[in-house]
Design a binder for this molecule. Structure first.
Ligand code: ARG
Length: 461
């Protein structure tokens, strides 16, 4: 038996393999709400424009409402024979209300229908992502405030470089999340146009009002080119790009948490709620959630590359290849949401070992730059020369197996006779961070100022 929707010219139905490769209902049923909202707006417009009667439109609307209730109540039977969400809904509509159902698809194609449904879905995904990033920022800000004075090593090349504060480190991620949110908001603004009414690819001869439908669905207006409307998946690619960059940020923090929570570092302890044990080694407490956040990033990056690759060779306008857009995006939506919630929870619960961080901050001659700066400031040495003198002080300390601040004054005076007691004032890690008052620097007062800045800015949203 041939297809109930498009089988007019077909003598027989599809091969089982054809159905298996073609059907998308298993995953695109996720678009049911958007599909029904789109059809509801479409039929209201058709009735207003006199393309269908107000009576038929009312019947169709009632039927669509009933279908929504069936789906949400779990009584709707999804059928692979009916291929996708669009035809599942329409075929059920015909069962419920009879021939009037056949008028719904006037001046519309599945090409603009799916473009609409998917856009609506991606649009709310951008909004959800923005909200989740905001919660992540709030968690980071709380920790930044609490740890404005907590000294830790700042690293380059994963080697202790200069002391910073843990609060400052948390604020770095607040900045990244802010850029991620701004990317999401920017992409959302760009994609907020309605493709419905492009029909198959060329537009339609029916006197439709695309502006009305666009407005009913919360779009800024209709898209301007019918070919582009059904060909465009930029919004999905942009979502995946934003997702991949966001996930990359989460992955870097995850990696830091993995490193910091090793017994070797012991900077932080994860809560029991966000770690796991080993089935053989009773002493273990593993950072599985952080590791999985790191791994989800690989998966999301994969989705971005997958969709770019699907799209790159497609001539205008619609090709069935484009049906492969959804699983990648759905998977990225779900896994990014999970990664963000897990990371927000980890940050909220993290126990900070301030003593361990402070001790590590002082190791590795991390205040050498402070010594060089002091030589410039107090003795008037050119920075390059101060750098060289300090390098010799480090070599000296290394040879004596001692810290910079534990070098005796006579030893320092061998390098420059003008060095006095006062130099010890800049060699501690606290003095070091306190001195970094340049805008954006790690000084505790700066950190508190930045926390206030972000609280105000987020409060004004
Ligand atoms: N299930 C299809 C998709 O997701 C809907 C559009 C089908 N259009 C078509 N011309 N076959 O892309």
């Amino acid at each position: 038996q041939s297809n109930e929707m498009w089988g007019g010219r077909f003598a027989s139905g599809p091969d089982a393999i054809m159905e298996a490769i073609n059907a998308s209902i298993d995953f695109d049923k996720r678009l049911y709400r958007e599909d029904i909202a789109g059809s509801t707006a479409h039929v209201a417009m058709l009735a207003d424009r006199g393309v269908v009667s107000q009576e038929d439109a009312a019947e169709i609307r009632r039927g669509l409402e009933a279908i929504l209730a069936e789906i949400e109540g779990g009584t709707f039977t999804f059928s692979r024979q009916r291929e996708d969400i669009h035809m599942n809904v329409e075929a059920r509509l015909a069962e419920l209300i009879g021939p009037a159902a056949g008028r719904l698809h006037t001046a519309r194609s599945r090409n603009d229908q799916v473009a609409l449904d998917f856009r609506l879905h991606v649009r709310s995904a951008f909004d959800d992502l923005d909200r989740a990033l905001r919660a992540f920022q709030d968690a980071l800000l709380a920790r930044a405030e609490e740890h404005a004075d907590t000294v830790m090593p700042g690293f380059t090349h994963l080697q202790a470089a200069q002391p910073v504060t843990f609060g400052h480190h948390c604020l770095a991620y607040v900045e990244m999340a802010a850029r991620d949110r701004s990317r999401a908001q920017d992409a959302r603004r760009r994609m907020n146009e309605s493709p419905l009414g492009a029909a198959a690819l060329a537009g339609t001869g029916f006197p439709i009002d695309r502006h009305q439908v666009a407005e009913a669905l919360g779009f800024a207006g209709p898209t301007r080119n019918s070919l582009d409307s059904v060909s465009d998946r930029d919004y999905a690619i942009e979502f995946l790009s934003v997702a991949a960059i966001t996930a990359t940020h989460l992955s870097r923090l995850a990696e830091e948490i993995v490193i910091w929570s090793t017994p070797q570092f012991d900077f932080v302890r994860l809560s029991d709620a966000f770690s796991t044990g080993s089935s053989i080694m009773p002493q273990k407490k593993n950072p599985d959630a952080a590791e999985l956040v790191r791994a989800k990033t690989g998966r999301i990056n994969g989705s971005l590359v997958a969709l770019l690759t699907v799209m790159k060779g497609l001539p205008l306008s619609y090709s069935k290849d484009m049906q492969e857009d959804k699983e990648q995006v759905f998977d990225a939506i779900d896994n990014l949401a999970l990664a963000l919630s897990a990371m927000t929870g980890m940050v909220r619960d993290l126990q900070v070992n301030a003593a361990k961080m402070r001790a590590a901050a002082g190791a590795g001659f991390s205040t050498a730059t402070d010594l060089a700066d002091w030589l410039v400031r107090e003795l008037g040495l050119p920075f390059r020369e101060a750098h060289h003198v300090t390098g010799r002080a480090v070599a000296m300390a290394e040879e004596r197996r001692t810290a910079l601040e534990d070098l005796p004054l006579e030893a320092l005076r061998e390098l420059d006779a003008r060095i006095g007691e006062a130099v010890y004032g800049v060699l501690s890690v606290d003095a070091s961070v306190r001195s970094r008052t340049s805008f954006g620097g790690t000084a505790p007062d700066n950190v508190r100022g930045q926390v206030r800045f972000w609280r105000e800015r987020l409060g004004a949203e």
